[in-house]
Design a protein around this ligand. Sequence first.
Ligand code: IFM
Length: 453
Amino acid sequence: MNKIDIPSTSRIRHRDFIFGVATAAFQIEGDVNNRLPCIWDTFCRIPGKISDHSNGHIACNHIEYWQQDIELISSLGVNAYRFSISWGRVMTASGQINPQGLAFYRQLIDALNRKGIKAFVTLYHWDLPQYLEDKGGWLNRETAYHFRDYADAISRELGDSVYAYTTLNEPFCSAHLGYETGVHAPGKIGQAHGRQAAHHLLLAHGLAMPVLRKNAPNSQHGIVVNIAPCDPLTQFTDDIRAAKLADDYLNHWYISPLLKGTYPDSFSQLPSNARPHIEDGDMAIIQAPLDYFGINYYTRNVVCSNGRRGFEGFEIVPPKKVAMSLTAMGWEVTPISLTKMLLTLAMEYDLPPIYITENGAAYDDQIIDDEINDMQRVEYYKQHLSALDRAINAGVNVQGYFAWSLMDNFEWAEGYQKRFGLCYVDYTTLVRTPKRSALTIKHFLEQKTDAIR
Ligand code: IFM
């Protein structure tokens, strides 16, 4: 057994440290006929958008296999499960609750609670109902208010049975990939679109926060952002400046409004025709106090200058040109960037408690004699948990960690070709098989301790 060699005194080993696995509705649920269509259903139908031409029709059929999946989660020994609610499964287009859809999540949460597994519920993991996209989606300010109403309806029903509510997962991806570069649903393109969508997403979060707090006063409430820190390719001034701009544009554009109530200073470099419409009071709404800040970490960006001005002046260097080790996504494996990123954030911001809400890697897994010996993924987890331990030892208040993902699933524009799971999914039989990485984490979690340094 390849062991995760974190010292027994590490906070990560402590019984109270939250150690979970994560998934998202569209990526695992299937059963599309019992919910409203969402932007990803539409996007999957556009030729060329999904690399294997797949869709979410069946996915892992979690809607039918949920009990088996809870047993799987429980068998790993984790104490938390992070999943998302499909907006269009629980709400009708007229804004009423869909009782059948809600009942699904209620039974899931009840079953988790009975097993002592904390439910971390994300309200929005990218699956905007299509009828809202038809009215402008995240470019329409009204969508933020629809989100608040959805958050209100669901948290009234589920209340404190949920340990932690997350408003949004990765607003960068929804805004930048969905409305600026167009590689994700709904596939809109343009800087003005991306920046406006980002603002409305942040506003949606801020509007929902007090409502969630009122309806579930004993739950935790927060948001999850993805951060890929930006390092300069060289120590020349132009590259350093380019990396700083990239960091603002891709990361701090989301972090700074949430934690400081302002966009980064470099906002002024945005062309006037790309600046979002911001109303008086919006920034104060967005800066709603957080019980926790969720960070998804996978990799970093290496950035160089291309000599142009402003946000047009940075370029991301293809990881294969600079990295020693790549995942199947072509992302650099760089655990030290996790430590550095947490330390830098702690210096720049007054941070609430942190959860690492996603971390993991896709590799080309092979199932041989019913076993998946995914040693590269085992190594990835070992290195990243050690990197996290270093940040905790240096004083960063990290309270939990979630592996992405419980099982292989629909990896958005990459379809089912990229496997991030701790458990292998055979997409013909839908059988789930724990990989070596799952067994390694299970073994690690069997040695919890009450000691802490
Ligand atoms: O699969 C995604 C997830 O939905 C959001 N965070 C990143 C993961 C890997 O790309």
